[in-house]
Design a protein. Structure first.
Length: 176
């Protein structure tokens, strides 16, 4: 379902020549969700009525000056009780926009937030390996303990300490 919504939004953004503006507004809304536990709960919880979601989202969009196609899309999603798919739509939209620019989208999960220097080094390493520009989406998962999980398309490189410890644990069980 998220793919269909993202595709429709992407086509509208292309038709109106507003792809960069739409992508920027989606990034800002994604950042708002990431920063606010209350907004995350509002987006994901079926407990709130569509009217409550619509009022809250409309106020938030106005406050943060998110308008145009993105505001209309988010309001429609709230009205249709589909607000919970907005984060997935944002990810799908970003993949489409990156593909159109000739970039490869990569998701990086780390135990702690990565510094700008580390992100630049990771982008450079991925670009050297893949031969294309890279767009990184970063996530933090403290349960990884250390290391990274990098997903590019259908490939995943799991260099997390959590996975290595689990592998070691399984190997120890087989020996004992």
């Amino acid at each position: 379902m998220a793919e269909r919504y993202a595709n429709a939004l992407f086509e509208l953004a292309q038709d109106t020549n507003s792809l960069p503006a739409v992508e920027g507004d989606l990034d800002r809304f994604a950042a708002l969700i990431a920063e606010s536990a209350d907004l995350k709960r509002l987006v994901r919880s079926p407990v709130f009525s569509s009217e409550e979601q619509e009022r809250a989202v409309a106020a938030l969009l106005e406050k943060d000056a998110i308008g145009g196609l993105v505001a209309n899309f988010i309001k429609v999603a709230a009205t249709n009780r589909r607000l919970f798919i907005v984060p997935d739509v944002i990810v799908a939209f970003k993949h489409m926009a990156a593909k159109q620019r000739g970039e490869v989208a990569a998701e990086v999960t780390s135990a702690e937030p990565l510094s700008d220097r580390h992100l630049d080094e990771l982008k450079a390493a991925l670009k050297a390996s893949l031969g294309k520009d890279i767009t990184l989406a970063t996530h933090v998962d403290p349960s990884l303990i250390g290391g990274l999980i990098v997903k590019v398309g259908s490939r995943m490189i799991d260099g997390s300490l959590k996975t290595k410890l689990n592998s070691l644990k399984l190997a120890m069980k087989e020996v004992g």
